[in-house]
Design a protein around this ligand. Structure first.
Ligand SMILES: *Cc1c(COP(=O)(O)O)cnc(C)c1O
Length: 343
């Protein structure tokens, strides 16, 4: 039986080509700044986004947590969408690591407007938190892969400047957005104070994220990374995979996005499928109707060799990625159609 894993784009394993460059990597002790492959990856990422510097970290949680710590002081507040990864999936790290509060906003499938953010900024009274940092997520994970264009972000950037606030991008999947909008990473770099990107999602590297910013921010970030236990030694083997991913795996993300849309088209014809969230990139979120629910439906899929995740009692998430081929998409479509008989 073919196994089709739609659980997340984190499930990919390095390809033989990626493994080959990992084996060949020149490495050193990165705590001393002496791993040439990590240095090359950091420089490459910084240049891509038109920034001065970057820092290789073990995870996107760490890059986000370091960004929050860089931009805030105790008793400050972060403003973000209620679906944000920094709130939902980072174990409350903003409070633990940075002693800050968080103000959650509701918006259209994970996307915030400038007016909402402006209305959420606290005036400066002694008894209120200082609104210090806005975090945008592009694409929005829990929002179902929705994205902002740079035009959407520009007024948010202007607002943050005017109100003396910082703007951080959780760009775990920013390249899935950029292949749709045809915007460049450099333009993204102009909008944000700091940017986090993940190498281990759709880009297919086994481990790693980068925090990108100016020299001063990244100097502080290096110290915070060490304090969090994230100083790494000969991690150039992993950085080599990251360089390979940035050089080879960005443009192909369009295929992942297109494949998610194809699956969505099939779902929209099926008797057991309820609401399907707008499919903008490689994440597909939909409801199944009773008597199906998430548990029953996922079990039926699993019997046919397809793995996916629950996203609520009757809600399912599919994520496409570089191990999902056209023939797997065809196979998935026919299994989804067969399940109409079980409804
Ligand atoms: C995956 C992800 C991260 C980082 O997650 P890690 O598992 O810590 O690497 C951050 N933000 C978003 C939106 C993500 O999807």
């Amino acid at each position: 039986m073919t196994h089709i894993n739609l659980i997340s784009d984190t499930v990919t394993k390095p390809t033989p080509e990626m493994l080959e460059v990992m084996f060949q990597a020149e490495v050193g002790d990165d705590v001393f700044g002496e791993d040439p492959t990590i240095n090359k990856l950091q420089q490459k990422a910084a240049e891509m986004f038109g920034k001065e510097a970057a820092l290789f970290c073990p995870s996107g949680t760490m890059t986000n947590q370091i960004a929050i710590a860089i931009h805030t002081q105790r008793l400050d507040e972060v403003i973000c969408h209620e679906y944000s990864h920094i709130y939902q999936y980072e174990t409350g790290g903003y409070a633990y690591n940075s002693n800050v509060g968080i103000k959650l906003l509701r918006g259209n499938n994970g996307i915030l407007s400038v007016d909402q953010i402006e209305a959420a900024i606290n005036p400066t009274y002694d008894w209120l938190t200082h609104s210090r940092l806005v975090v945008l997520e592009n694409t929005s994970n829990k929002g179902g892969g929705t994205y902002y264009t740079n035009k959407d972000i520009e007024p948010i950037k202007d607002l943050c400047k005017k109100r003396n606030m910082f703007l951080h991008l959780d760009g775990a999947r920013v390249f899935n957005a950029l292949v749709e909008t045809n915007e460049s990473p450099k333009e993204v770099g102009e909008l944000f104070d700091t940017i986090s990107i993940c190498l281990s999602k759709g880009l297919g590297a086994p481990v790693g994220s980068l925090l990108i910013g100016n020299k001063e921010q990244i100097r502080k970030a290096r110290r915070l990374r060490k304090a969090m236990g994230g100083g790494m030694r000969q991690a150039g083997y992993l950085a080599a995979a990251g360089i390979y991913a940035l050089e080879n795996n960005i443009n192909r993300l369009k295929d992942d996005n297109d494949r998610a849309k194809q699956l969505g088209k099939t779902l929209s014809t099926l008797n057991y499928v309820g609401d399907i969230r707008p499919i903008k990139t490689n994440i597909l979120i939909f409801d199944v109707k009773p008597p199906f629910n998430a548990d029953i439906f996922l079990k039926l899929l699993k019997e046919k060799g397809i793995n996916a995740s629950p996203f609520g009692p009757s809600t399912i998430r599919f994520v496409t990625h570089l191990e999902i081929t056209d023939s797997m998409i065809e196979k998935t479509k026919s299994i989804l159609k067969e399940l109409e008989d079980r409804f």
